[in-house]
Design a protein around this ligand. Structure first.
Ligand code: F6P
Length: 543
């Protein structure tokens, strides 16, 4: 593969960057009175203002040319039509099929995957309704009031984020919890105040081999069968455990009746899976109709991504801006700052989506990637961050591109809260872009020694995503937007955004070390001197 950095399109961007790197957003806005209106895009319920980016129309033209050079359009088609674009695992990448309308079909490798999706959605809907209406009873005939999802990574972060985001649409008479960490504290805290007779566990694991999930599920099963409330018979497991997986045999081996398993498929990546059966806990919380409305939101953005011209394509624009900052300005992180308390888990979710997808150092053909790939993604809901780390974004020495995500309509109309929240939302992007010059600081009669401290350099780039309201449909739109942004960036870099080999070594070593840690006899340690000494110290102290 030709290195992207050697293409004329990349070189043109480098030359353009040399001219633009020191241009201030103040000057870009002064030079175009309509910039704040023209550099915007509205798709479905999402309005994007990208005017406060350090770009001109020429930058965008060059970035789109780069996208064309990398064959983005063709690669999008390859994904949507089920070609095996996940080359290292020889699989199609079809999370977009999870939200296809019932009337459509998509035959991949001889199977109508859309029909498979709807068959599982129907089973999930039926089961969710039975739990929500209390028709599905626990082993002793008590209704289910607590649902605990046990999973990790993509089998946890998506449902946990979306449950939190849509808590306002959830059945408030039920409790929903998410257990992921192999630290026993997690499962202990999630269960210690629950009544086992009223608790349903959803064991979510694509592979059903993940040690954290199987360990937590085993502990949960022991907790269930401890004998409280007359629950000691293994038959109780069938009423209190269901599974979500691609592997029916492993589910059965674990002791969960495969008729209580909700299926998904190899072509759904873990971090792209919460709109599959992995979202079962969410569906029980918000109900099947709202879950389907969320899928409609995803689908609407899928259609836009597939069909809109690159220059007017929201995920493409966001992806290209990400490449512009990471590869030309040399930024290393991307802040996502949602102005909604309900989106408190969004950045954790997006961390996996982006960093597990695009944290790669080689290209599709195995050759070294010669440019910088995926950013470190981070953030917390506004306005909390303003009183914590925004100082560094405003006046530190690092350039941090930020996405501000806000909503026109409040989730709760309480006094002035929403207007205050949104006033801060608008104020921050204005302050970041335009800052405060020395002249402006001096004009406030600031003592001269304080002037440099009070100067705000500005020129910090932001995207503003202003959505209508945080509904299931809009959440689907937002998540699809970020999924396709990740895809766009991965395509530009020529990497495989759909594997995750980097997580394997740590897993293998942990498997080896756990036997050494637990061994009765002093183990023969052959690690490096640091790891050996740490294990010995732990073993001594633990005794
Ligand atoms: O951390 C690696 C990973 O494979 C993720 O990609 C995945 O989401 C997570 O582990 C959980 O995997 P599973 O759903 O198979 O338990």
């Amino acid at each position: 593969m030709t290195s992207i950095a050697e293409t004329p399109e990349w070189r043109a961007l480098q030359a353009h960057f040399a001219r633009l790197r020191d241009v201030h957003l103040r000057d870009l806005f002064a030079g175009d009175a309509f910039r704040g209106e023209t550099m915007t895009l509205e798709v479905e319920d999402l309005f994007l203002d990208y005017s406060k980016n350090r770009v001109t129309a020429e930058t965008l033209r060059l970035l789109v040319a780069l996208a064309e050079r990398t064959g983005l359009r063709e690669r999008v088609e390859s994904m949507f039509t089920g070609r095996h674009i996940n080359v290292t695992e020889d699989r199609p990448v079809l999370h977009v099929a999870l939200r296809m309308p019932r009337a459509e079909s998509l035959v991949v490798d001889g199977v109508d995957v859309a029909a498979q999706v709807h068959a599982v959605l129907d089973r999930m809907s039926e089961f969710s309704d039975r739990v929500r209406t209390r028709e599905w009873e626990g082993f002793t005939g008590r209704p289910i009031r607590n649902v605990v999802n046990i999973g990790i990574g993509g089998s946890d972060l998506g449902p946990a984020m979306a449950y939190e985001a849509l808590r306002d649409y959830s059945d408030r008479s039920m409790r929903f919890r998410f257990v992921s960490n192999v630290d026993g504290t997690d499962v202990w805290e999630a269960t210690q105040d629950l009544d086992p007779a009223e608790t349903l566990f959803i064991v979510s694991s694509k592979t059903f081999t993940t040690v954290e999930t199987l360990t937590n599920a085993t502990t949960a099963r022991q907790w269930l069968l401890e004998g409280r409330q007359g629950l000691h018979e293994p038959a109780a497991v069938a009423r209190h455990f269901v599974a979500v997986s691609t592997d029916a045999q492993k589910v059965a081996d674990f002791g969960i009746d495969p008729t209580n398993m909700f299926e998904f498929w190899d072509w759904v990546g873990g971090r792209y899976s919460y709109d599959s059966a992995i979202g079962l806990s969410l569906m029980i919380a918000i109900g099947p109709d709202r879950f389907r409305s969320m899928l409609d939101g995803f689908h609407a953005i899928d259609v836009h991504f597939r069909t809109a011209p690159l220059a007017r394509n929201m995920p493409v624009l966001l992806g290209l801006l990400g490449v512009w900052y990471g590869d030309f300005f040399g930024t290393e992180t991307q802040a996502i700052l949602p102005y909604s308390q309900y989106l408190s888990e969004l950045s954790s979710y997006l961390q996996q989506l982006d960093m597990e997808s695009n944290g790669k150092h080689v290209r599709l053909d195995g050759s070294q990637v010669e440019v910088q790939t995926g950013p470190v993604v981070w953030g917390t809901p506004g306005t909390n961050g303003q009183h914590a780390y925004y100082q560094l974004i405003h006046q530190g020495t690092k350039l941090i591109p930020c996405d501000f995500v806000g909503f026109v309509r409040p989730s709760h109309l309480l006094g002035r809260h929403h207007d205050l929240l949104m006033a801060n939302f608008f104020a921050q992007t204005e302050a970041l872009a335009f800052g405060k010059s020395p002249e402006e600081v001096e004009a406030e009669d600031t003592p001269p020694p304080l002037v440099p401290h009070k100067v705000m350099p500005g020129n910090h780039p932001t995207n503003t995503i202003l959505a209508t309201e945080l509904s299931p449909k809009v959440l689907g739109e937002l998540i699809a937007l970020y999924e396709h942004r990740v895809f766009t960036m991965g395509t530009i870099w020529g990497i495989n955004s759909f594997d995750q080999w980097g997580v394997e070594l740590g897993k293998t070593l942990a498997t080896r070390i756990v036997t050494e840690v637990e061994s009765e006899r002093e183990p023969d340690l052959t690690h490096d001197s640091s790891t050996n000494a740490l294990i010995r110290r732990y073993r001594r102290a633990r005794r």
